[in-house]
Ligand binder design. Structure first.
Ligand code: AMP
Length: 391
């Protein structure tokens, strides 16, 4: 994992024509489908570029949440002529990220293709007009170099995904980048705290899809580096965590800056009264989708509960570490203080350990993860909130 995520603007073959009309999944199945492609995703009517990316990732069939969400999210409410809002109960590990990314990317691609067709038609009209008058062919508008700071302008993404933690936002942005690898000109940007502002602003240029944590996004929006008035798709991921972390005020401010006409997908593991109240404000005639949680623990995972005096938890942990000869251990603690205290105790006992929690700067969090993944650290201790999105 690196400090920053690259934006993505990968090329698809020039022949990859997209349907010009927005179609419901039922009408969009006229796509050439080599047999090796994952049939379940093809049947949904997803753009061939996205099906190919899913195939590259080794997904052979949609997960239950994908099966339920993708076709509905891609379809319109015919009476109201708008995409359908969804409230989805889903757990981490269910495949929920692709469940919201795929329909959003699909629709962004279709809209981009329509926009390009309109621009092409307008240019051809101007050429015809010039020819009729015996004038020279008009020049096409030259694209300005978006990497030159002189050309920086406020980003106006078409889709916004809000995540409660930096780690989750980075994970989601990584997944989005994997999924747009065959899509021409679709750019993904990641907006999280702990990244230098100038670099973030540079990375936001021309972004179509922004994956963000609320705090930094609001900073950029307030300083006019980013405008939210073109957002047509809003996804709130892990909404329950968002409220647990006290983002309610930031979210309200952000929601006020969004256009009323948009599609909103709200994902949450639980639906408390507070989440329902948020959904009432945010969603219009939402469809509720519930997916029974996948068995949370694999059969190979043994679970047991040990009642212990609060003050002796670290001691017990050290005892188990030695007795069970655990190689690498991931420990979740409730508070940041608890995380630091355990790490300190482990280090004092000569056990290599590192911490992940919200008080740590982002590079330090990523470094801790890297060291754990590389096997340099035996015990990684995290608050459960900071650990969200670890995959
Ligand atoms: P998520 O619930 O979005 O965090 O996804 C959990 C994991 O499942 C991620 O590593 C995804 O890459 C993977 N995944 C998502 N969809 C599929 C699928 N249809 N088939 C296999 N793996 C998947």
């Amino acid at each position: 994992m690196t400090d920053m995520l690259p934006e993505q603007a990968l090329s698809a073959p020039a022949t990859s024509a997209l349907p010009q009309e927005i179609s419901t999944p039922e009408t969009a199945t006229a796509v050439a489908t080599p047999t090796a492609l994952p049939e379940g995703f093809v049947r949904m009517g997803l753009a061939p570029e996205l099906v190919q990316a899913v195939h590259d990732l080794g997904y052979t069939q949609p997960t239950p949440v994908q099966e339920k969400v993708i076709p509905v999210a891609m379809g319109t409410d015919h009476e109201q002529d708008r995409y359908i809002d969804l409230m989805v109960s889903s757990q981490t590990g269910s495949g929920k990220t692709a469940a919201f990314l795929l329909p959003v990317l699909h629709t962004l691609m279709q809209q981009q293709a329509q926009q390009q067709a309109r621009e092409r038609a307008e240019y051809e009209r101007q050429c015809a007009e010039a020819a009729a008058k015996g004038e020279t062919t008009p020049k096409r508008n030259r694209r300005k170099d978006p990497t030159n700071p002189r050309n920086f302008k406020a980003a106006t993404p078409g889709a916004l995904i809000l995540c409660p933690t930096r780690e989750l936002a980075q994970q989601v942005a990584h997944d989005a980048i994997d999924l747009v690898r065959h899509c021409k000109g679709l750019r993904v940007a990641n907006v999280v705290g702990g990244m230098p502002y100038q670099l973030q602003i540079a990375k936001l240029q021309n972004a179509n899809l922004v994956v963000a944590t609320p705090g930094r996004l609001l900073d950029l929006q307030r300083s006019m580096q980013l405008k939210l008035d073109q957002v047509q798709f809003l996804v709130v991921d892990e909404a329950d965590r968002m409220l647990d972390l006290g983002f309610a005020r930031e979210l309200d401010e952000l929601f006020c800056a969004l256009p009323k006409k948009r599609q909103t997908l709200l994902f949450s593991a639980t639906f408390s009264d507070a989440i329902r109240a948020m959904a009432k404000e945010l969603l219009r005639n939402p469809l509720s989708i519930e997916v029974s949680p996948r068995n949370a623990a694999a059969k190979s995972v043994k679970q047991w509960l040990i009642p212990v005096d609060k003050k002796r938890k670290a001691e017990l942990f050290l005892h188990l570490l030695a007795q069970q000869r655990w190689g690498q251990v991931l420990v979740f603690a409730k508070t940041r203080k608890g995380v630091d205290a355990l790490v300190e105790e482990l280090l004092a006992e000569g056990v290599s350990a590192d911490a992940i929690h919200g008080d740590k700067p982002q590079p330090a969090r990523l470094r801790a993860l890297e060291r754990f993944k590389a096997g340099e650290v035996r015990v990684l201790v995290a608050t459960d909130v900071a650990a969200r999105g670890l995959d």
